[in-house]
Design a protein around this ligand. Structure first.
Ligand SMILES: *Cc1c(COP(=O)(O)O)cnc(C)c1O
Length: 470
């Protein structure tokens, strides 16, 4: 490709990008295509012959755009999804342009160094022990997995077992203790590590989904041998935090490794008005957190943070004869991947673009907006906000005055209607035995007006479905 062709290609995608982003404010929040329609659009036999890139891109955009959710729009409250903000998005473009395979510091000095500094900034922002190591991974799923791998290695090393060399066959049993409502991906991590998703000790939770007072200490009191404890900063439905002060104290007393799944909630520590929620979690041994949620980086971006950098490195080290070593920090030694994209650039760019005060404002604003949303909805007959809105999540129960099954069906129909209307996007979940609407306020683009408009759309859908029901 000559420079003129390159210019034409990049100008073409630039124009497409501008048009796409400019239209997000008023575009429907849901995808226009269903999965079946999207699949039909892409359905084609393997191309026998190549095609010019600009033609490929034009076709890709035409096929994909109707099936895209408006996840970067201002009224997308589904799951917990950041908005891929401009500085991170642009850094991510350059990341692809530069094409750095970011495994080794000598092979790609700039992307490795950028990652190291961005990692230090993260520790500062989240106020975690500054000696911790930071692995740049795809998201909190793999961040949790990576941290738990370090935990598994270290708790077994302390009892004289080298799991990295000898595996788990014949190893002393490891107790895993976690809250009854730990995130599903934590169980995936346990599965990948041979620790078993079901071989866990579940600590009972309260109505916010966090461990009951004293319950964790009670659960580990009588345990013997290596223990891995897993707590949560930011429950997926309520946004609530486990009681870290007492959990950390009890874990420490038993010599347990304490890991914190803080995919989005850990960011509360970057906001002075919310940092009290996570008080005590700095005493843990490891933390999994996302960039692509509250920091608004592009997908995929998560961070595995481990207090004991050596334990982290022992678990993830990739030694290959063809890779230069030396004393530098090699990115591949802290993530379960060798060849990968230079994720540090987008993180660096987002932190630089927001600054400490920008991150604090963003988190603070979302928490206030979530509260506003909850207040708007809670005034309506038949609607109940189930959680204390301490963070950015709102769990809404519809038909509070109705029989459970009927209310669940009505909730599902209301969610479908909200999605169809397209003003905003909310998802459902099952919590405490009931279908709920889960609203996550986490897009950098959401304004107060978007909250009011979305609350109105949700109320209208609820009134229409309730009316249709009677
Ligand atoms: C989102 C989330 C995860 C999983 O993170 P991914 O980035 O999707 O891999 C884990 N735990 C909690 C609490 C989450 O909110």
């Amino acid at each position: 490709m000559n420079p003129e062709q390159m210019r034409a290609l990049l100008q073409d995608i630039t124009e497409r990008a501008i048009a796409f982003r400019a239209g997000r404010g008023e575009a429907p929040a849901r995808p226009l295509h269903t999965y079946a329609e999207a699949r039909a659009a892409f359905e084609a036999a393997l191309p026998e012959h190549g095609a010019p890139p600009e033609q490929v891109i034009a076709e890709l955009a035409a096929l994909a755009e109707p099936g895209l959710a408006n996840m970067v729009g201002p009224r997308f409250f589904g799951w917990v999804i950041g908005a891929t903000e401009p500085a991170g998005m642009a850094a991510d473009w350059l990341t692809s342009v530069w094409g750095q395979n970011t495994g080794n510091a000598h092979a790609t000095p700039a992307s490795s160094a950028c990652e190291e500094i961005a990692g230090r900034w993260l520790l500062d922002l989240l106020d975690l022990p500054r000696q911790s190591s930071v692995g740049f991974v795809t998201g909190a799923t793999i961040a949790n997995f990576t941290c738990l791998a370090a935990a598994r290695g270290e708790v077994l090393r302390r009892v004289g077992w080298d799991v990295e060399a000898d595996g788990l066959f014949g190893a002393p049993p490891v107790h895993v203790v976690l809250g009854e409502e730990a995130h599903s991906t934590v169980f995936s991590g346990l599965r990948y590590l041979g620790l078993g998703a079901k071989r866990v000790i579940s600590v009972p939770v309260n109505e916010q989904g966090v461990m009951q007072r004293g319950a964790f200490a009670h659960a580990i009191e009588k345990l013997d041998g290596p223990i891995i404890a897993i707590a949560q900063a930011g429950h997926i439905n309520s946004g609530a935090f486990d009681p870290f002060e007492e959990i950390a104290a009890a874990a420490q007393a038993k010599g347990a490794w304490l890991h914190v799944d803080g995919a989005f909630g850990l960011w509360a520590r970057a906001c002075p008005e919310r940092s009290h929620l996570g008080r005590g979690l700095e005493r843990a041994d490891s933390w999994g957190v996302d960039g692509h949620k509250w920091l608004q980086t592009p997908h995929d971006s998560g961070y595995a943070i481990v207090r004991d950098a050596e334990a982290h490195r022992r678990a993830m080290l990739i030694a290959a004869s063809y890779l230069p070593e030396g004393k530098e920090r090699h990115p591949a030694d802290y993530a379960p991947e060798l060849s990968r994209r230079a994720r540090g650039f987008a993180t660096w760019a987002m932190i630089k673009a927001l600054g400490r005060d920008g991150v604090a404002d963003l988190v603070g604003r979302h928490c206030e907006q979530a509260r506003r949303m909850a207040e708007r909805l809670a005034g309506e007959p038949g609607i109940e906000v189930m959680n204390d809105v301490v963070l950015n999540q709102v769990a809404v129960r519809l038909g509070a005055d109705m029989d459970g099954a009927a209310a669940d069906a009505l909730t599902d129909r209301t969610i479908a209607r909200i999605q169809r209307d397209g003003v905003c996007f909310v998802g459902g979940a099952n919590w405490r035995g009931r279908q709920i609407i889960r609203i996550s306020v986490i897009s950098a683009n959401t304004t107060t007006a978007d909250i009011d408009r979305s609350a109105e759309a949700i109320l209208n859908a609820w009134r229409a479905e309730r009316h249709a029901n009677t």
